[in-house]
Design a protein around this ligand. Structure first.
Ligand SMILES: Cc1cc2nc3c(=O)[nH]c(=O)nc-3n(C[C@H](O)[C@H](O)[C@H](O)COP(=O)(O)O)c2cc1C
Length: 283
């Protein structure tokens, strides 16, 4: 079970919000009331997870507070902490993490950087990140980002990882049930067809390079709002995109190995990747 550690509350700027709403009106219904509030507070989310007592709780975009870590440990729950840099991995280990999820820049979806302002400048590919984190910490390392077949698993283990975490490779399967335009585009995407952007949520993430992202990079584009206001602002556009199966209007997260994603049930994908990885390791 996984939680996002919230960022500090964003500074509100009514003029900027109006400009972004005006820009987004060209892509969907004009956003009205923007909200920075979580539907359930972070404290209540932590409470619910500790109560549920999963084998492990993972964090992204920061660290669990010390009281949460203490209560997790008392209940025997392991903490898997996402880190995008060696410095973050060291902070997580010092705070009590039982394993580090080293997230390379190839990864689909949001970057797990602790400081949103440094996410772009500190992006690091998995080939360099895994050995560096492995050498810096004494807890196990879980590699994630761009791993979508047995070759990636074998490479990650060779680099010093104890396990891997996979995201995009499951997106075309029935469990993910994403809109067909997104699933089809994932199946065709080369690494360079993805890009990182703050235009969906205000926080950096890797997505397919869609027409909307291209427009947000244009000369007349309006800079995105801080997270999570931009997410609130793009909500109506994304909802329309999902209804209309329109790739240009959805948040089309994808990692750089998207092309390797197969349309198969998640269990089948895991079993085949692991069987092929074991066969390769035995050679
Ligand atoms: C659609 C999507 C949603 C994601 N949501 C989360 C999330 O809620 N929490 C999290 O820790 N990581 C999330 N991730 C990131 C993954 O945990 C992982 O770092 C990433 O998928 C690895 O790269 P890959 O997509 O190339 O396999 C998400 C990734 C994708 C593609």
């Amino acid at each position: 079970m996984n939680l996002w550690v919230p960022d500090p509350a964003p500074r509100r700027d009514a003029e900027h919000e109006r400009a972004v709403a005006g820009f987004l009106e060209g892509w969907g219904p004009r956003p009205t009331e923007l909200s920075a509030d979580l539907p359930v507070s972070f404290a209540d989310q932590c409470e619910a997870l500790i109560e549920a007592r999963p084998a492990a709780m993972s964090s992204i975009m920061g660290l669990f507070p010390p009281d949460v870590v203490d209560r997790m440990k008392a209940r025997g729950i392991r903490w898997f902490a996402t880190a995008t840099t060696v410095a973050e991995a060291l902070q997580a280990e010092a705070a009590g993490a039982d394993a580090i999820i080293a997230q390379g820049s190839e990864a689909g979806g949001h970057r797990g950087a602790f400081d949103a302002d440094r996410a772009n400048a500190q992006m690091c590919g998995l080939m360099a990140l895994v050995p560096a984190v492995r050498d810096a910490v004494s807890v196990p390392v879980i590699a994630t980002g761009g791993i979508a077949d047995a070759r990636g698993v074998v490479a990650a283990l060779a680099l010093g990882a104890s396990a891997v975490q996979i995201g995009t490779a499951f997106l075309r399967g029935p469990e993910a049930a994403i809109v067909p335009a997104w699933a089809d585009a994932i199946g065709r995407a080369q690494p360079e067809d993805t890009t990182t952007t703050t235009a969906f949520s205000g926080r950096l993430g890797r997505s397919l390079r869609t027409d909307y992202i291209a427009a947000t990079e244009g000369a007349d584009a309006i800079a995105p709002l801080p997270y999570p206001l931009q997410r609130s602002a793009t909500g109506p556009m994304r909802a329309l995109g999902a209804t209309e199966n329109d790739l240009a209007r959805i948040q089309a997260w994808a990692g750089q190995s998207a092309r390797l994603a197969r349309n198969a049930p998640a269990g089948e994908i895991v079993r085949s990747i692991w069987a092929e990885a074991r066969a390769a390791l035995a050679q």
